[in-house]
Design a protein around this ligand. Structure first.
Ligand code: NAD
Ligand code: MG
Length: 394
């Protein structure tokens, strides 16, 4: 790496991916420097992160949180400036000083800052899959036009990125790819019958057997909507059509996905189920740095199993393939309906199985025209949320 330290903004610093990112950064103070951190409500954690990394800026979403944070930082990190609001998220993602943006906000809320980073030509470490699901065409176009780079953080996509030829600009070459296989743990309900899923509680849904994650993605993993979003994500990241993307259940989460080439070779990336592995890969790319995670010992690892997913039980996975095939507004509708349904489920206002039902109803009811601008994407997202509020959450 060059003499200059890589200057990083961490969007969603207080979350699961944000904290793992700072864990890796803290291991390499000679390589990385934090420009900005962002969060919403965990003021104490955010203040502690500022005290450790001394960023130039920290961004929150409302004034009362900002007042609280400023008071704490007056002693902990007096030179860190507290900014407020979505425009500030975009500003710290596009600032000239910044090389790299870790996009680790959850959900559609991450879209505008990620697009700002793309338009400013940044290296984007993309955990926020929802942003790419919503604006795949616009985002990949912006990345190309502004010479930005998308490095996937999602463990499956990072695995695929590691198994594809990549040029000096970080662009993948998919010419010899026959198909892509995304592995899926199957979540906490892999072995439960569909008829027994009716009474699932948020606590059960968030208890993932392999990964420690935020609550929204944990529910998405349980319904396999997460894998569905990842299928759409893979389409945009690697330029492969829906027909060439398949999903295999692999409960141990050791093989993180495969690229199948036309000559019959399949390349896979393996590692422990710890997000610091893909995060360290993406931060250091094209070099390698230590992540704090041990290497695998296959001799003691035990069995690795693989089987096909049950599309009837995991309806959301089926819906995502359908939305990808339809294209246009469909993935935005699916994502927005799912975000509303998952929030309602976590709030105790919706039954577990109604998440998939809501997503399907929204896709059927709303046939909106394909977006041609970021404003269109935001409008489709908004319209879907209003539809769910008025038709489902009544
Ligand atoms: P999390 O809930 O732990 O953290 C979310 C972060 O986003 C927090 O810092 C929160 O303050 C911030 N945030 C929430 N709402 C916001 C809003 N409206 N505006 C601005 N910021 C907001 O979530 P996570 O598990 O870290 O996941 C983050 C993203 O990474 C998601 O898109 C998820 O799908 C993806 N991802 C996570 C994992 C994982 O292991 N956790 C793995 C792969 C992909
Ligand atoms: Mg994943």
């Amino acid at each position: 790496m060059s003499g200059h330290k890589q200057v990083v903004t961490v969007l969603g610093a207080t979350g699961s991916i944000g904290c793992s990112t700072l864990d890796v950064i803290a291991r390499h103070p000679e390589l990385f420097e934090v420009f900005a951190l962002t969060g919403v409500s965990q003021v104490e954690r955010l203040a502690a992160q500022c005290a450790q990394f001394l960023p130039r800026f920290v961004v929150v979403l409302d004034d009362s949180t900002a007042v609280d944070l400023r008071a704490r930082l007056s002693t902990l990190s007096p030179r860190t400036e507290v900014l407020v609001g979505v425009q500030a998220l975009c500003d710290v993602s596009s600032a000239v000083e910044v090389d790299t943006v870790m996009a680790a906000i959850v959900g559609a809320a991450g879209l505008l800052p990620v697009m700002a980073a793309a338009r400013a030509g940044k290296r984007i470490l993309l955990a926020n899959k929802e942003a790419l699901v919503m604006a795949g065409a616009l985002m990949t176009q912006a990345v190309r036009e502004h010479h930005a780079q998308l490095v996937p953080i999602d463990s499956e996509h990072n695995a695929i990125y590691q198994c594809l030829p990549i040029n000096g600009q970080g662009e993948v070459d998919n010419r010899a790819v026959a198909s892509i296989t995304l592995t899926a743990s199957g979540g906490p309900f892999l072995h439960m019958a569909l008829k027994d899923l009716g009474a699932i509680t948020p606590e059960q849904a968030c208890a993932h057997p392999r990964w420690q994650m935020g609550r929204k993605i944990s529910v998405d993993s349980a319904t396999m909507m997460n894998k569905g979003l990842e299928v759409i994500e893979a389409h945009w990241l690697f330029g492969v059509p829906a027909e060439q993307i398949n999903v295999v259940i692999h409960p141990q989460s050791i093989v993180h996905s495969l690229v199948n080439y036309v000559d019959g070779s399949s390349l896979a990336q393996l590692g422990h189920a710890d997000m610091r592995v893909p995060i360290a890969h993406a931060l250091a790319w094209p070099e390698r740095v230590s992540s704090g995670v041990a290497t695998l010992n296959l001799a003691t690892q035990g069995e690795l199993n693989f089987y096909p997913p049950d599309f009837d039980k995991f309806k959301c996975l089926d819906l995502a393939f359908a939305a990808l095939r339809v294209g246009g507004a469909a993935p935005i509708v699916l994502n927005a309906a799912n975000e509303c349904a998952v929030a309602a489920f976590l709030d105790g206002q919706m039954a577990y199985l109604d998440i998939a039902k809501t997503n399907e109803q929204a896709l059927t009811a709303l046939s909106l025209s394909a977006p041609t601008s970021l404003d269109d994407v935001v409008a489709i997202d908004k319209e879907t949320r209003e539809w769910v509020k008025s038709h489902v959450l009544v």
